[in-house]
Design a protein around this ligand. Structure first.
Ligand code: ASP
Ligand code: MG
Length: 420
């Protein structure tokens, strides 16, 4: 039994959806649970619907949602013919659920409405793809994942109840695999015990797939992406990047921590707990080996680079030359928590503290204001933070030459340099 995950980019056109069918055809007779995201940029579009609705612009919300509907109906027309009516009915049910809600006035919090509206993206995409696959002879069963993944009611960042979810996997998913080789279901969403829809945080489908892999004791999980493999750096930022054939779970968590946008960080733990290998493969060229992530990869790694632009250096100095000790530091951490911002690098001195942060202007302003109650605050903007894992003298020289180094931090494995 395997778990596959296809993200929004892998299903953003009819060609790409038929490519999903080709990939599945390469695995005849295997039992596969397929987790799928919303099509293309649907989640972003549904966020706009939610904003308009919540701000009382009902007509705009309905118009924006109509666009989303139209996109899906157009795609469906190209994909499905014999079963078209049945598939259209399934989509219409999801449309109706959202439209009913849009006709009301918001009386609950934003996050609640966000989840009720945004979850429709994956429900629509999976219903469509399931119908298409059945029509082209790839027999499958569609499952509403909200009947399986049980969460609490922290909308937009819901926490999975593993015990109940495990019971549902055993009582619903496992018996279904006796009837079919292929189950198609949604990533990113779940439901509370009151049947309210929830979401697990943006880009959460990788994590959903890992939850299923864990509970089903899958032999592997594969994330199909538009890149050749996990790369040593973002090819949009660096000229020379290499594919990484093998990585450890630990390395992936480290890379995510420093800001590499590879895999949703929550994905790793459920896989590592059961030693399930995670494959990252290219849906554009399924012959490529991709990357395998496991406990003990037998490769030495080249330098891995993560570049973050638009960084702010915040220097916090004590006003009276007193040491910066526990009390002001814990007050500062409480502020980070409150404002929901996390420094990408911090360094302590005797009477000052340096923090490097993403430049989210509204948050930086709030933080600077709050911190100025206890510190003198100085800001410098427009800096670049480079992290090099497994650094070499050559990599450091190449990537810092001609730059002014503002701050540097080094462990045996990781170098971080803030540059001007
Ligand atoms: N569709 C959701 C998002 O765009 C979840 C995912 O793609 O993983 O964030
Ligand atoms: Mg996505």
């Amino acid at each position: 039994m395997k778990v596959f995950k296809f993200g929004g980019a892998s299903i953003n056109s009819t060609d790409r959806i038929s490519n999903v069918a080709n990939i599945l055809r390469d695995h005849p007779g295997e039992k596969i649970l397929v987790i799928i995201s919303a099509m293309g940029k649907t989640t972003n579009a549904l966020e706009k619907v939610t904003d308009a609705f919540f701000e009382g612009r009902k007509d705009e919300a309905l118009t924006l949602f109509k666009e989303v509907k139209k996109n899906h109906l157009n795609t469906l027309k190209y994909l499905v013919s014999i079963q078209w009516k049945k598939a259209e009915d399934a989509l219409a049910d999801f449309f109706t659920e959202v439209e009913w809600l849009l006709h009301d006035k918001p009386v609950r919090g934003y996050d609640y409405y966000y989840d009720q509206i945004v979850c429709s993206g994956e429900l629509m995409s999976t219903a469509m793809i399931s119908a298409y696959l059945n029509e082209v002879g790839i027999a499958n069963q569609w499952v509403d994942v909200r009947d399986i993944i049980r969460t609490d009611n922290q909308f937009r960042d819901a926490v999975i109840d593993w015990t109940i979810t495990d019971e549902k996997v055993k009582s619903i998913i496992e018996p279904l695999f006796a009837e079919t080789d292929l189950i198609i279901t949604q990533g990113f969403i779940g439901a509370t015990d009151e049947n309210e829809s929830t979401t697990l945080g943006r880009e959460g489908s990788d994590y959903s797939a890992a939850v299923f892999a864990n509970l089903l004791n899958a032999e592997s999980q594969t994330i199909w992406k538009d890149v050749e493999a996990v790369m040593s750096a973002d090819p949009k930022q660096f000229a020379h990047v290499e594919a990484l054939p093998a990585l450890s779970y630990r390395e992936v968590v480290e890379m995510a921590y420093y800001g590499a946008q590879v895999i949703h960080p929550k994905t790793i733990k459920p896989l590592q707990n059961k030693q399930i290998p995670l494959h990252v493969r290219c849906f554009l060229d399924p012959q490529l080996p991709g990357t395998v992530i496991s406990s003990n990869p037998a490769h030495t790694l080249p330098p891995i680079l993560v570049l973050k632009e638009q960084q702010v250096l915040m220097q916090l100095s004590s006003r009276d030359f007193s040491f910066v000790e526990e009390k002001p530091i814990s007050m500062l951490h409480a502020m980070f928590d409150e404002i929901k911002i996390r420094p990408n690098l911090s360094q302590h001195g005797a009477v000052s503290l340096l923090c490097v942060l993403d430049d989210k202007p509204e948050k930086i302003e709030r933080l600077a204001l709050a911190a100025s109650e206890i510190f003198d605050v100085q800001l410098e903007k427009n800096l670049t933070l480079l992290t090099i894992r497994h650094y070499t003298a050559e990599a450091i020289a190449t990537h810092t030459s001609g730059k002014q180094i503002v701050l540097e931090q080094k462990t045996p494995e990781t170098l971080q340099v803030l540059m001007r």
